[in-house]
Ligand binder design. Structure first.
Ligand code: UDP
Length: 246
């Protein structure tokens, strides 16, 4: 028997979790949570819990993998075995390899890669608890962790998904909307609105697709504010430290 809800949006325009169609789930972030990593970020977004860690830039071994004119960025998205209802088999899967590739490509354009030829930056995104939207959650956390590591970037990248349920577009899908909805379109974009990731599962019309981009832009704008606030929280604390001699 399917657990598909009869309706996703009620007569007041509210979704199953009480959100409006254009509302993102509550998000909070904490920066610098891992002392061994050069940069790190812990993110909770709805019921998603993701930890991102950045190591580098550091010299890449073996040397034959080094790029002469830029840094090599490696990104590993991983779901913990206990992060979902049915245990996930540990180790890379087709899904995690694909997500790792497209996520790296989502933030690579903002990293000033030419500054560190021959070096590597390793980004790890560990999903501890999954509840739809984990690839976008991981990108949001990874971007803050990169900034925390002091990696020079042109700006931040934020990510969010738009989907379609009951014939309407909805921002930031929850689990039932992701599982049983008609479309799921995760996107990532820079602060200038340059899209660096689009994937699409399901069907939407060209008009709906254009509207989905606009909805996602607004979602990403809100997420970027939270990312910036998280970064500010660290650097304001540093400013508070009294470094005078007396
Ligand atoms: N999921 C799961 N087992 C899996 C993969 C995914 O239970 O092997 C769940 C998990 O909650 C995830 C959701 O399905 O967040 C949606 O997965 P999708 O592949 O669409 O990626 P996501 O939306 O998390 O980026």
């Amino acid at each position: 028997m399917s657990d598909k809800p009869e309706k996703f949006i009620d007569e007041n325009g509210l979704r199953l979790d009480g959100r409006r169609v254009d509302e993102i789930r509550p998000m909070k972030m904490e920066i610098g949570v891992l002392s061994r990593a050069d940069g790190s970020c812990y993110l909770e977004w709805g019921k998603n819990k993701v930890l991102a860690a950045v190591y580098g830039p550091r010299e890449l071994h073996p040397r034959r993998l080094q790029k002469a004119d830029s840094v090599l960025i490696r990104y590993r998205y991983n779901m913990a075995a206990f992060s979902v209802e049915d245990r996930i088999r540990p180790g890379p899967s087709r899904r995690s390899i694909e997500i790792s590739k497209v996520s790296r490509e989502a933030f690579e354009p903002v990293v000033l890669t030419h500054l560190y030829p021959g070096a590597v930056i390793d980004v790890f995104a560990e999903v501890l608890q999954a509840d739809a939207g984990t690839r976008t959650a991981a990108i949001n956390a990874a971007c803050v962790a990169l900034a925390d590591a002091g990696i020079p970037m042109k700006g931040l990248v934020s990510a969010c998904a738009v989907g379609k349920v009951d014939g309407q577009l909805v921002l930031d899908l929850n689990k039932p909307e992701d599982n049983y909805g008609d479309a799921d379109i995760p996107m990532a974009m820079t602060s200038d609105g340059e899209i660096t990731l689009v994937q699409m599962d399901g069907d939407v019309t060209p008009e709906e697709f254009k509207k989905a981009i606009e909805m996602c832009k607004e979602g990403c704008r809100q997420i970027m504010e939270i990312q910036k606030e998280t970064l500010r929280s660290k650097f304001t604390k540093l400013e508070d430290v009294d470094i005078s001699d007396d």
